[in-house]
Ligand binder design. Structure first.
Ligand code: RIB
Ligand code: CA
Length: 310
């Protein structure tokens, strides 16, 4: 049983990552969910996290975090995720309690209270995690790894070079990538291969309550993905959970990864120093390939499991 903390900005793919983690109660113990401004404003992504946890009738502590990045102002991804940040399904009023409005303190408390080490799953901008590591460095020794959806070695999506989660807060990403904690990086190189097909989405809509809700999420997300050239849907954030459940779904390589923070065309770019003379610690396991069919099956089976718990 692996204790995890999920820092997220729901977000359609964030929601599917949470659902899949929640379906795997035997392998993953979700100590808490924290929110960060990203896909939408902090208020909206926190409301979406409440909606998901309420929909599951889950008993998982939820804390809201930073509204925006360390230095610049927040820009959201309404084009991809809609005005609510999780357009598609109609959710009932989510009367779900907020354990704290200070995610950084909440994360510290959860990590220090856990008997063993904790895995952080970071699937939004890294502001909360950077502050945690800066303000409470004593937590570092209790974090076994940070599983990140973010970045990309070959390309970006917010700009041609920078992926959204990193681009929103490059300074935070730089702190996290240089903290000396083992990182699993699910960047666009792999997440854009982690696709759910239109046929698989349609099939979900004919199944149980949870599968149907996920199908409605994915129908909106699939439609919005067309503007970026996608036919099938990349479930970016799910990769950060899927790796923890079945690492052999993926192939990757340890790299020394850093983040460009300087103003200019490359701001938010994550790069791997592959020079033979590079003496930096290769603490980032960069995922590069995924077995798509097995990845899709993991999501579909997780949803079926949650349907069965109804
Ligand atoms: O670039 C993809 C990432 O940006 C995902 O985490 C998605 O939820 C958005 O936050
Ligand atoms: Ca996200």
């Amino acid at each position: 049983m692996r204790p995890i903390l999920i820092d997220c900005d729901p977000g359609h793919d964030d929601a599917l990552a949470i659902l899949t983690a929640y379906a795997h109660k035997e392998e993953l113990k979700i100590l808490g969910v924290t929110t960060i401004g990203g896909n939408q404003t902090l208020e909206k992504v926190t409301e979406n996290a409440k909606r998901i946890l309420h929909f599951l009738d889950a008993d998982i502590p939820l804390a809201s975090g930073q509204a925006g990045p360390l230095v610049k102002s927040l820009h959201t991804a309404a084009d991809a995720h809609g005005e609510s940040g999780m357009d598609g399904p109609v959710f009932e009023e989510a009367d779900y309690p907020l354990a704290s409005d200070n995610a950084v303190v909440f994360l510290k408390e959860q990590i220090m209270a856990c008997p063993g080490k904790v895995t952080i799953v970071a699937i939004g901008p890294l502001t909360n995690i950077a502050l945690l590591l800066k303000v409470y460095p004593e937590t570092k020794k209790k974090i076994d790894c940070i599983s990140i959806m973010g970045g990309g070695i070959s390309h970006g999506n917010s700009t041609e070079l920078a992926e959204f989660n990193i681009y929103v807060d490059p300074e935070a990403a730089h702190i996290v990538f240089n903290a000396g904690i083992p990182i699993v990086m699910a960047g666009l190189d792999v997440t854009e291969k982690a696709l759910i097909t239109v046929q698989e989405i349609e099939a979900l809509k004919k199944k149980g309550r949870v599968s149907r809700m996920a199908g409605e999420l994915l129908s909106f997300y699939n439609e919005s993905g067309r503007q970026y050239g996608f036919i099938d849907s990349p479930i970016h954030d799910l990769c950060a959970i899927a790796y923890l459940l079945e690492p052999d779904l993926f192939q990757g390589e340890y790299q020394a990864v850093d983040v460009i923070t300087e103003e200019g065309r490359a701001r938010g770019l994550t790069f791997a120093d592959k020079r033979l003379m590079c003496d930096k610690i290769k603490n980032v396991f960069v995922l590069e390939q995924v077995e798509r069919d097995r990845f899709a099956a993991m999501l579909i089976e997780a949803l079926e499991k949650l349907d069965g718990r109804e």
